[in-house]
Design a protein around this ligand. Sequence first.
Ligand code: FAD
Length: 491
Amino acid sequence: HVKHPDFQRNPAFGKISNRDIDFFKTILAPTNIVHEVDYESSNILQYNTDWFNLYRGSSSLCLFPTTTSQVSQILKYCNKQRLAVVPQGGNTGVSGGAIPVFDEIIVNTSKMNKIRHFDAVSGAAIVDCGVVLETLDQFLEPRGYTVPLDLGAKGSCQIGGNVSTNAGGLRLMRYGNLHGNVLGLEVVLPDGTILENLSTLRKDNTGYDLKQLFIGAEGTLGLVTGVSFLTPRRPKAVNVAMIGLNSFEDVQKAFVMAKEDLSEILSAFEFWDHDSVGVVKSQMMQDVNYPIDGEHAFYALLETQGSKQEHDQEKLDEYLARLLETGVAKDGVMAQDAKQVSSLWGWREKIPESISKSGTAMTYDVAMEVPLLYKMVEDAKRHFGEKNQLGDGKLYSNLLGFGHVGDGNLHIMANLDGFDDHGQEAMDEFVFSWAMRNKGSITAEHGVGVSKVNYMNRAKSPAQLTLMRTLKNAIDPNGIMNPYKVIPNRT
Ligand code: FAD
């Protein structure tokens, strides 16, 4: 199943000609140009297809610049020729944002991967946009620092993509989001102008904070080529526990108690439901025993990061004892070493990948008040259970919820196989309407891309949309940067 977004190609955009290819050959090495007239040919198909295989573009051209100056020359030319462009990082985004909708030129940043500067006193790091998140963390590890961002796709996603989606991830509750951690950006604007502000200052109030515009802009305003951000000290002690609970009420109680008992060392509080366990076991971890005995309706993983192992361990022991004594948790286990820490995290991190392996997955990332988080999943099960034409209960094993309790962020995922032909639309409408009705956000961290653009007219007020369009038109008057994404057509 490949979803083609239902848009019309903008006829104002040019189509790639041999003359254009000749121009790109003057600025890029031949190995950094992939041009295939047949966009389904294997060389270019991977850049036209997203991680979950939900979206497919039909671009015949993918460019791999290696420097900011090359990006500038590419965009300047495309702007002049009215050639539409889609920036692409690690292509792990889950909103279809990095995939061309039609024949937009893909500008892939994987070959811009230098770590430019690191200051071991302040922890400020300046990197090219194409540095892979995990690579940067490996660079920082021996220097005693870490990246203030961690997510399941860390082995593939790139810093430029993280910034452009304002990625949240597993430790947002500890380190805050990228609007706070990014100190400066280098961005190439659609007309080729290089907006250089790779500041390493923590404080700078000289006028508008322009970088904020590009954080989470999903490539619609310019191409981020460099990022400067603050990296925190790597914690000396990391402890992880997993607990089994009877209800989402108990998940919330355990969360409040964790804030009380673990306060400054609490770094993550994640939860998932029983169905999530089933899908991970069946797809990825068949031969591994589940760390907790018995079956539980919910599971939570909590992590502490601090500077003294014994101190943190003692706090966590006391917290777990209190959870069990009060009956809030039914069972619990604590990692004994680094291997067990990553193994416990594995059960949480493998959920999205597992459901996508089990078939065509629909994935959502809504935000709302914590008490409402799981109600959406229960309502969805009821709603689709009643409507399920198959009547075989299959849907129940295909619809699951997990997420970042600490950030009020739920991932509800479903496998399309349990739905009829209109499953995707029905699920979109259910999830987005539910979130909006309950004063939530239709996207907490994945971004709008193409997947939610049709809902923007309902999710944002006319005044907000007007200002977004004004900004877009001012920066990108020809609309070449990642068209059809984020900002909806006027209704
Ligand atoms: P891409 O997918 O390549 O691009 C994403 C968007 O940014 C596109 O609109 C693209 O046009 C634009 N873009 C990319 N690079 C640039 C650039 N240099 N300049 C301008 N625009 C650019 N997200 C979370 O927030 N939290 C999670 O916990 C999380 N977990 C994930 C787990 C898995 C298994 C997967 C597959 C994804 C997950 N994500 C999560 C989604 C997340 O948004 C991406 O993984 C990541 O932030 C995107 O980085 P990327 O380099 O792959 O960007």
